[in-house]
Design a protein around this ligand. Structure first.
Ligand code: HMN
Length: 290
């Protein structure tokens, strides 16, 4: 069975401080209502790259604390161009009990591949957790080649990739060359083609509110009912298109609020939702969730 993970959001109050209660509510919703296989904590959707180290730690603690007693799988995204911070976070989450970590490719300085490899080897060096590379070239500008992946995977602690990339040729080559590595697809709107290439599951922002349909799509795919899976992808993509056009993170949070889950605000420099964005989110809620 392919696994479905939501990329956990972080709730903020009006002043941009972490709203712990709201963040806990989103963890709970994913466990109790969405009944997902896992949560990706500290990713893009968690607005992680706008947080300080202590705040990142607090989010990891909240997710672990709220998830204890459930069987939801947690992956902690610890990557940062500040390698010292990434290593510190890797140790921190390992001590908290996370079994798997993930790290975004280091960005901003156009690091060469040797530097990128060094970064990953360093992050896992002093911890016994396994690592999933977080590849998201559209946001980082870092596109890893098949050979780059092969070199990263030489380190046995590096067990796979969260692949947020629309390059399906590379995805097919990865699957064929590394049948035993974990490949988790990252673009929710491309779930079906990723399933067709035999990914092990998916991680995404929209599964926070669209888990039921995404799970039904995976079930249809696994049952060989491709027409049904395609129809469900069409329906999800209508929603995803509307979310993207209205500003995805703010709108996901506003839809959460409509669902009775306190998701709070996005953090600056992300703009606060305008009255138009709020009205758009309400329309989305009424169109898809009422
Ligand atoms: C994360 O790191 O939080 C996510 O897993 C990232 C995930 O791949 C999302 N990508 C971004 O938000 C950039 C997708 O779920 C994405 O939001 C969705 O496919 C709509 O484009």
């Amino acid at each position: 069975m392919k696994k479905l993970y939501a990329a956990l959001m972080t709730a903020f109050d009006e002043n941009g401080n972490i709203d712990e209660q709201g963040t806990r509510e989103m963890v709970r919703y994913n466990i109790d209502v969405n009944q997902l296989d896992g949560l990706y904590v500290g990713g893009s959707t968690g607005e992680n790259f706008m947080l300080g180290t202590a705040e990142k730690k607090r989010v990891f603690e909240i997710a672990m604390d709220e998830a204890k007693g459930s069987d939801i799988d947690l992956i902690a995204q610890v990557g940062s161009p500040n390698l010292h911070e990434a290593k510190e976070l890797a140790k921190f989450v390992t001590e908290l009990g996370y079994k798997t970590i993930s790290a975004v490719t280091p960005f901003y300085y156009n690091f060469n591949f040797d530097e990128i490899k060094h970064y990953y080897d360093e992050i896992v060096k002093d911890v016994d957790t396994k690592l999933v590379v977080y590849s998201i070239p559209a946001l980082t500008g870092v596109a890893l080649s098949l050979d780059n992946f092969a070199k990263l995977f030489e380190n046995e602690k590096i067990i796979g990739v969260k692949y947020t990339n629309a390059d399906f040729y590379l995805l097919e080559r990865l699957r064929e060359r590394f049948p035993d590595k974990l490949i988790l697809s990252g673009f929710d709107e491309m779930l079906l083609p990723a399933l067709a290439l035999d990914v092990d599951g998916a991680i995404g922002s929209t599964f926070n509110i669209n888990a039921k349909k995404a799970k039904a799509e995976i079930a249809a795919f696994e049952a060989g009912d491709i027409a049904k899976a395609r129809q469900l992808q069409h329906e999800s993509n209508d929603l995803i298109t509307d979310l993207l056009n209205n500003g995805i993170y703010a709108t996901l949070k506003l839809v959460f609020e409509e669902l009775g889950v306190h998701a709070g605000y996005t953090r600056e420099p992300m703009a606060k939702a305008t009255p138009e964005v709020k009205a758009g989110a309400k329309r989305i809620y009424e169109k898809y969730f009422k």
